[in-house]
Design a binder for this molecule. Structure first.
Ligand code: LLP
Length: 380
């Protein structure tokens, strides 16, 4: 799948994006979501690469933003303000102002103090802000604890025990229009039972709102659909069909309600790989290290979450050996994989670290004053 000969001449490391994989993923997510008239917002936090955003815009998705700069980025990349939703526990005043000025579709509000500030700023600007309240549903996503967000101990959303007092206060705020409820239970979720449990909780909450005569137009179920990090080629396209079917089957909707999804990883993870060159093979007493020219500053997921990424040597076909694949950064955690079985590897070989399209390039840093890896696309 990699045009190895073309890639050999390029300066490394770089992110390689396979546009055909992205297009096939977008086609499938659109087809499957349209069956039920579901609205998909792409979570820009997963990757704000301009080329990718242009494909996502073309496919007709909206966007989910978590900062003022993400809102600005969406506007700069021609997304309609009506297709932008804005979440996050700590929205600064300037970010709220920017989103109000742009006229975004909805603020996902995570606390009463935040609602009060949006109300105040909207009042100053002579606007009414459409909001959905993010409810922490206390549903376990069965995923890594760092990317679990829907449990009581997490900082996100309004807890079920506070809901009544917060809603009572919010409906009194004159410059807010409470139009929806929002949830996000975590990321890299592969157990569809977690989404089913979310639907059950949403159904209970819908009844609760109905009793209070609050009409909800938007039910935003967040994102979180996982991808197959072990088999990026066999399962290049996530299980959108099954995923949307779960929500269709288990969510009890009222007439005219829109269901919103905020998918990040599932859209962009499989189209991206971090391509890096082997600088040295170092033989230790206990193991061999393949030292590559990409580091944890380029892709932090293995160091931060002990995340698994498939590693391939795309230029050697010799008999296999085991290597720890490590970067040049001065940290022991700068390791992409331990005891990785690769064809015999030597200086100059190209290594692809797969499924790196989501939370890869966007989480890069300048640590060790290293430069940002550029992007290369399979087609212009
Ligand atoms: N909506 C909200 C409110 C979120 O917080 C997130 C992700 C999403 C949607 C998109 O979730 P996705 O469909 O991509 O799972 N850096 C971590 C992932 C952090 C996810 C943060 N929130 C990683 O590399 O695994």
């Amino acid at each position: 799948m990699f045009p190895t000969e073309q890639l050999k001449g390029l300066e490394t490391p770089f992110y390689y994006y396979d546009i055909d994989v992205l297009r096939a993923t977008l086609k499938e997510v659109c087809e499957q979501s349209k069956k039920y008239n579901f609205h998909v917002h792409y979570a820009v936090k997963a990757n704000a690469n301009k080329r990718l955003l242009s494909e996502i815009l073309e496919a007709g998705l909206g966007v989910d933003c978590v900062s003022g700069n993400e809102v600005q980025c969406a506007l700069d990349n021609d997304f309609e303000s009506e297709s932008i939703v804005f979440a996050g526990v700590g929205k600064a005043d300037w970010e709220i102002r920017l989103a109000l000025k742009a006229g975004i579709r909805c603020f996902n509000v995570e606390s009463l103090p935040e609602a009060e500030v949006i109300n105040e700023i909207a009042g100053e600007m002579g606007k009414v802000a459409t909001i959905a309240i993010r409810i922490n549903p206390n549903v376990d996503a069965h995923t890594h604890k760092y990317i679990t967000t829907g449990l009581e101990e997490n900082k996100f959303g309004i807890g079920l025990t506070e809901l009544e007092s917060v809603v009572d206060a919010i409906v009194k705020l004159p410059n807010l229009a409470l139009k929806g409820i929002h949830f996000h239970i975590g990321s890299q979720i592969t157990d569809m039972g977690a989404f089913q449990a979310l639907c059950t909780r949403i159904n209970e909450l819908q009844r609760w709102f109905e009793e209070r005569k609050i009409r909800l137009e938007i039910v935003n179920v967040g994102g979180g659909l996982g991808v197959d990090y072990e088999h990026p080629d066999k399962h290049a396209i996530p299980t959108f069909e099954e995923y949307f079917r779960v929500f269709h089957k288990f969510l009890e909707l009222r007439d005219g309600q829109e269901v919103h999804f905020e998918l990040g990883r599932a859209i962009v993870a499989q189209c991206g790989s971090l391509v890096t060159k082997v600088l040295y093979v170092k033989e230790g007493r206990k193991k061999k290290f393949a030292i590559v020219d990409a580091g944890m500053n380029d892709l932090i997921r293995p160091a931060l979450y002990h995340a698994y990424h498939k590693i391939e040597n795309i230029t050697s076909a010799e008999a296999t050996e085991q290597y720890d694949v490590v970067g040049p950064v001065c940290e022991s955690s700068d390791c992409f994989g331990q005891a990785v079985v690769l064809p015999k590897t030597q200086r100059g070989d190209l290594i692809a670290i797969r499924t790196a399209g989501a939370y890869g390039e966007i989480m890069a840093s300048h640590y060790n004053l290293r430069k940002f890896a550029p992007s290369v696309y399979s087609k212009n």
